[in-house]
Design a protein around this ligand. Structure first.
Ligand SMILES: Cc1cc2nc3c(=O)[nH]c(=O)nc-3n(C[C@H](O)[C@H](O)[C@H](O)COP(=O)(O)OP(=O)(O)OC[C@H]3O[C@@H](n4cnc5c(N)ncnc54)[C@H](O)[C@@H]3O)c2cc1C
Length: 407
């Protein structure tokens, strides 16, 4: 252990680990610390029940970070199309990548595979130290230095403290940064299933009265499901005997993929919308779910976090090249200006979708159904939505631009 690091990243999840890899082999001395583990655990054959729909922009970032070919050799499921419908009315929208000249709209990848390849890559770098099973107890900012006390009472100093420690971020609370938002009345039930009919490399989403039910395509004609429902319903579904659960799932999904076989345990995650009022303070920056957490209905959470990570790396490296202190709030505000507006825009758009699709019957619902049909018939609007979801919007961070150029 050193007693000084340029950057201490707290949280080695997908977002924190991506930032460590982005800083590997630079002149920065980096610490990656996690209260759980930040060592790559061997990947089991079974599918992880936690998967992410990864945008094209995130794929470019993974290419620049040098983990894309490893992920592909393991398993990545591209999807070309997305089909969304409302159960009661049958109103539907269909997105096809070919319409915007893309052969894929995104990729379904297991979270633990992303984390494995990131951590494995980070471990091969000479400038990163790792602490497992540790957290921070306190931090004090003095001029250009942040003094940290860790939970084992050891002390270190860093130039910049990065909070990548998820939606209950300790870094955020130690820095005195408030959050706003609300808890949804929904939890998401996730599991891996086999389907009778082929998924056709399509991401499927059916809006039920109590929340969306997504079938995300995996290899071997398996799907990962994300079923958002009222908290008690999600808990009840998780506790049903397998055969009854399978039947209810197939029925809820209008039997679009025929009968269904449950192939994993079921996990339940409460959902919320939360955002930090500030992303930066002197000596501190927040990235990923520590800065924002959103409803998973459009699969954007980790994609936004990866954009944060790539943008913050750009800002820090540019600041360092100009000889500026990397924890200076004036420098860090560039990162905040770059990312906060975009993240808030996506968050509130997803929130509006969630509200729109859980509207009670009545005039608003009829207007919504007409709106869905209208959007489906106007190609320029669909193109705009697909381009927005690809993450390739606004000013792109260097590593995402480089990954795109390298294609
Ligand atoms: C059901 C569901 C489906 C989703 N699907 C998608 C999707 O398809 N696409 C998508 O883009 N997003 C999706 N998301 C969102 C995505 O999972 C999150 O945005 C993403 O996991 C956030 O990553 P992170 O690294 O910021 O935080 P986390 O994954 O929460 O990682 C935080 C890390 O910090 C560590 N940590 C926590 N506290 C401390 C502490 N005090 N000290 C040290 N370490 C600490 C933890 O151990 C962990 O390793 C989904 C979310 C849910 C709930």
């Amino acid at each position: 252990m050193r007693d000084y690091y340029d950057i201490a990243i707290i949280g080695g999840g997908m977002v924190g680990a991506s930032m460590a890899v982005a800083l590997s082999d630079t002149s920065m001395r980096v610490l990656l610390l996690d209260s759980s583990v930040c060592s790559p655990a061997p990947l089991p054959e079974d599918y992880d029940i936690r998967v992410s729909a990864i945008s094209v922009a995130s794929k470019y970032y993974f290419q620049s970070l040098g983990i894309w070919s490893g992920l592909q050799d393991f398993r990545v499921s591209p999807y070309q199309q997305m089909h969304i419908w409302e159960k009661q009315s049958g109103s539907a929208i269909h997105f096809d990548g070919a319409q915007i000249g893309e052969d894929v709209l995104g990729y379904i990848i297991e979270n633990r595979a992303i984390q494995y390849y990131l951590l494995e890559k980070a471990r091969r770098s000479g400038n990163i130290d790792f602490f497992d099973s540790l957290s921070i107890e306190s931090c004090a900012v003095r001029d250009d230095r942040v003094k940290l006390t860790l939970t084992d009472d050891s002390r270190i100093t860093c130039g910049l403290l990065v909070g990548a420690d998820g939606n209950r971020s300790k870094v955020r609370s130690l820095a005195g940064i408030d959050t706003k938002g609300w808890k949804y009345d929904q939890s998401a039930l996730v599991a891996t299933v086999g389907t009778e009919l082929p998924h056709d490399d399509t991401a499927w989403q059916c809006f039920l009265p109590d929340g969306p039910l997504a079938f995300l395509p995996l290899a071997d004609n398996m799907c990962s499901i994300v079923w958002s429902a009222k908290h008690h319903q999600a808990q009840e579904l998780a506790g049903l005997p397998e055969d009854i659960f399978e039947r209810q799932l197939a029925e809820a999904f209008d039997f679009r993929l025929g009968s269904i076989k449950l192939c994993s345990e079921r996990g339940v995650f409460p959902l919320q919308l939360q955002y930090a009022r500030q992303y930066v303070k002197q000596g501190v920056a927040l990235i990923g779910d520590a800065a924002h957490s959103i409803h998973p209905l459009a699969g954007q959470g980790v994609n936004l976090g990866l954009l944060d990570s790539a943008s913050l790396v750009d800002v820090i490296l540019e600041g360092a090249r100009q000889g500026k202190p990397i924890g200076s709030v004036a420098l860090l505000r560039r990162y905040e200006r770059w990312r906060k507006g975009d993240n808030l825009g996506v968050m509130f758009l997803m929130d509006a979708f969630k509200r729109m699709f859980t509207t009670e019957p009545g005039p608003l619902k009829s207007a919504r159904n007409a709106g869905i049909e209208l959007v489906n018939s106007i190609n320029p609007i669909k193109d705009m939505i697909m381009k927005g979801a690809s993450g390739l919007r606004g000013e792109l961070p260097t590593m995402i631009r480089d990954g795109k150029l390298a294609e």
